[in-house]
Design a protein around this ligand. Structure first.
Ligand SMILES: *[C@@H]1O[C@H](CO)[C@@H](O)[C@H](O)[C@H]1NC(C)=O
Ligand SMILES: *[C@@H]1O[C@H](CO)[C@@H](O)[C@H](O)[C@H]1NC(C)=O
Ligand SMILES: *[C@@H]1O[C@H](CO)[C@@H](O)[C@H](O)[C@H]1NC(C)=O
Length: 482
C-alpha cells in the first residue's frame, strides 16, 4: 500500500506521530496482572488494588473489570477493561467535580484509527496534562468540571487495548457493538449515570465512530427494553470535533482550503492549478466508485488518488497536517505533547498504577487495516440524520486552522446532509459566539443540529483553545446551544 496513505489518511493518525512502532506485545499474555474480585458491592466499595468484575445477563460475552485509580496527584478516577471474550478494551472514567449523580456523562473516543484517548485525557481536556515523561500538571479547563467523562481506547490494538491471540477489530460496525455493550454494562452498575443525559463525543476519525456508536446504542436501547424491560441509556446528543464524517467532501475540500480564498493559500500557483485540474477527475471518480455504487477496490483507488494529489505537496513542506499555521514540532512528531504522553504511558510505574495488562501501543497498524477493509470510505451523515430524526442532537465543531479535516469540508456536509431540518438549517446565517465577550468562532443552529467553528484552533481544539472548548461543551450540555 501507498506509504503516504498509511501515515495520514483523511483525518487519521492523530497520535501525530509519523513513526511506525512495532505491533504491541502483551506483557503477560492473556493473564490479567491485577487480581479480580468477582462480587460487586457498589461503586463505593471499589478499591485501588483489585479489579471488580461487572457482568450482565443480557451480555454473556462481555464483562467489565474496574478499579479506583489515583490518576494524577490526587484526582480520583476509575480505570479498567471491557472484556469481550479474548478482546480487552481499556477505559478511564473521571467523575464530574461538581455533582456526579446529577451531571451529564460524556463518552469520548479519539480517532485515527489508531489514536488512543490518552491524547484527550493527558493532552486535551483531562484533569491533568502531561508536561514531560515524568510529570503531570493539573489542567484548569478539564471537561469533567461539570460532567463525568469516559475515555476509551478502541478498537483493539490501540493504547492499552489488546487481544489475547492477536485478533483485531477492523471495522467500525464491530467496534460499535463493543462500545454499546460496555455502556450498558457500566450503567447497570454505576446506576447514577442512568438518569442523567448521556452524550457521545469524538474527534477526527470519531466522525465515523460516533454516529455509528450512537446509532448502535440507540438500537440496543430498543432491543433491551423489549427483551427485558431494561431502562434505556439516556442518549441525548452526539458531539463531533474536526470529524471525518464525509470522506469525499473532506478530501475535495482540501483543494479549497489550500488554494482558494475561503482557506489559506499556502501552496504555489502552479501546484494549485495542477490540483484544480485533478479535482474534477477526483470528484467524478469518487462519485462513481464510492457514492453512487460502493465498489471497495475502485473506491479505494479513487480515494488514494485524490488524497495523494491533495496532500502530498502540503506534507512535503513539513507543515503540520493538524494546524496550517504550524510546522511539525519535534522530530517525527507533530506535537511535543503527543511524544511526552507516549513516553509517560510507557513507564511501568504509571502502568502499574493504572492497572494495565499490556504495554502502551500507538496502534499505527490500525489505520492500514481500516483502510484495507474500506472502513474509511463510507459517508456517515445518514447516521447523523437518523439520530436527529429520533431527537438525538448533534454538535459539529471544527477548529479553523485544521488542514486534514478542515472547516470547509465540515461545513459542506452539514449543509448537504438530507434530513427534515436541511432547509431550515441552511437558512440560518452564521453568527459569532463569544467567550467572556471575545469572539470564539461562528455558529449556525437549527432543529437539533449545531455547527460551530473554533477560531484559530487546529485539529485538536481542546489542546489549542482549552478555555473556549470547555465553555463550548458546557453551553452545549446545559443550554443545548452556543
Ligand atoms: C459547574 O460546577 C460548578 C462547581 O464546580 C458549579 O458552581 C456550577 O453551578 C456548575 N454549573 C452547572 C451548569 O451545573
Ligand atoms: C525522567 O526521569 C528519568 C529517570 O529519573 C530521567 O532519566 C529522565 O531524564 C527524566 N526525563 C525528563 C524529561 O525529565
Ligand atoms: C434524559 O435526559 C433529559 C435531558 O436531556 C431529561 O430531561 C430526561 O428526564 C432524562 N430521561 C431519563 C429517563 O432519565
Amino acid at each position: 500500500m501507498h506509504r503516504f496513505i498509511a501515515l495520514i489518511i483523511g483525518c487519521a493518525h492523530i497520535v501525530a506521530s509519523r513513526q511506525t512502532y512495532a505491533d504491541q506485545t502483551p506483557l503477560r499474555g492473556s493473564v490479567p496482572r491485577n487480581a479480580v474480585n468477582t462480587t460487586f458491592h457498589g461503586v463505593e466499595a471499589l478499591d485501588y488494588d483489585h479489579y471488580t468484575r461487572l457482568e450482565h445477563p443480557e451480555f454473556p460475552r462481555h464483562g467489565v473489570r474496574v478499579k479506583k485509580t489515583n490518576l494524577c496527584d490526587g484526582v480520583t478516577a476509575y480505570t479498567g477493561y471491557i472484556d469481550v471474550e479474548a478482546r480487552h478494551l481499556w477505559f478511564w472514567l473521571t467523575e464530574s467535580d461538581n455533582n456526579p449523580s446529577n451531571d451529564p456523562v460524556v463518552f469520548w473516543t479519539n480517532g485515527g484509527p489508531g489514536a488512543s484517548s490518552s491524547l484527550a485525557l493527558y493532552g486535551e481536556f483531562g484533569p491533568c496534562r502531561v508536561l514531560n515523561e515524568n510529570t503531570t500538571v493539573p489542567h484548569p479547563y478539564a471537561w469533567n468540571r461539570n460532567a463525568s467523562v469516559i475515555y476509551i481506547d478502541q478498537p483493539i490494538g490501540v493504547g492499552f487495548s489488546y487481544a489475547d491471540h492477536g485478533e483485531y477489530v477492523s471495522t467500525t460496525e464491530e467496534a460499535a457493538v463493543d462500545a454499546a455493550a460496555f455502556i450498558a454494562i457500566l450503567f447497570e452498575h454505576f446506576t447514577q449515570f442512568k438518569d442523567v443525559p448521556f452524550h457521545m463525543a469524538g474527534e477526527s476519525y470519531g466522525g465515523r465512530y460516533i454516529p455509528l456508536f450512537a446509532a448502535e446504542l440507540y438500537d440496543q436501547n430498543t432491543r433491551l427494553a423489549a427483551a427485558s424491560g431494561i431502562k434505556p441509556v439516556n442518549i441525548t446528543s452526539v458531539i463531533i470535533g474536526n470529524g471525518l464524517v464525509d470522506t469525499h467532501s473532506q478530501f475535495q475540500a482540501l483543494y479549497d482550503f489550500q488554494c482558494t480564498s475561503v482557506g489559506k493559500t499556502v501552496l504555489d500557483i502552479s501546484t494549485c492549478v495542477r490540483m484544480k485540474q485533478v479535482l474534477a477527475r477526483c470528484k467524478k471518480w469518487q462519485t462513481a466508485a464510492c457514492i453512487e455504487q460502493f465498489e471497495h477496490m475502485n473506491c479505494q483507488a479513487a480515494s488514494d488518488f485524490c488524497l495523494d494529489e491533495f496532500m502530498q505537496p502540503y506534507v512535503a513542506q513539513n507543515r503540520n497536517p493538524y494546524d496550517i499555521t504550524q510546522l511539525c514540532e519535534v522530530d517525527d512528531w507533530c506535537y511535543k505533547i503527543s511524544k511526552d504522553i507516549y513516553f509517560y504511558l510507557l513507564r511501568s510505574d504509571v502502568q502499574a498504577n493504572l492497572g494495565t495488562d499490556v504495554d502502551f501501543s500507538n496502534g499505527n497498524q490500525l489505520a492500514t487495516r481500516f483502510h484495507a477493509d474500506g472502513d474509511f470510505f463510507h459517508e456517515n451523515h445518514d447516521y447523523v440524520a437518523a439520530l436527529l430524526h429520533r431527537g438525538i442532537k448533534a454538535l459539529v465543531y471544527v477548529g479553523t486552522y485544521d488542514f486534514v479535516c478542515n472547516w470547509v469540508g465540515v461545513e459542506q456536509w452539514t449543509l448537504k446532509m438530507e434530513w427534515v431540518g436541511q432547509g431550515g438549517f441552511a437558512k440560518q446565517s452564521l453568527r459569532p459566539w463569544t467567550v467572556n465577550g471575545h469572539p470564539a468562532g461562528k455558529t449556525r443552529s437549527y432543529g437539533g443540529l449545531t455547527y460551530a467553528t473554533v477560531e484559530a484552533a487546529g485539529h485538536l481544539v481542546p489542546y489549542d483553545k482549552p478555555k473556549e472548548s470547555l465553555e463550548m461543551l458546557n453551553r452545549w450540555l446545559f443550554d443545548g446551544e452556543l
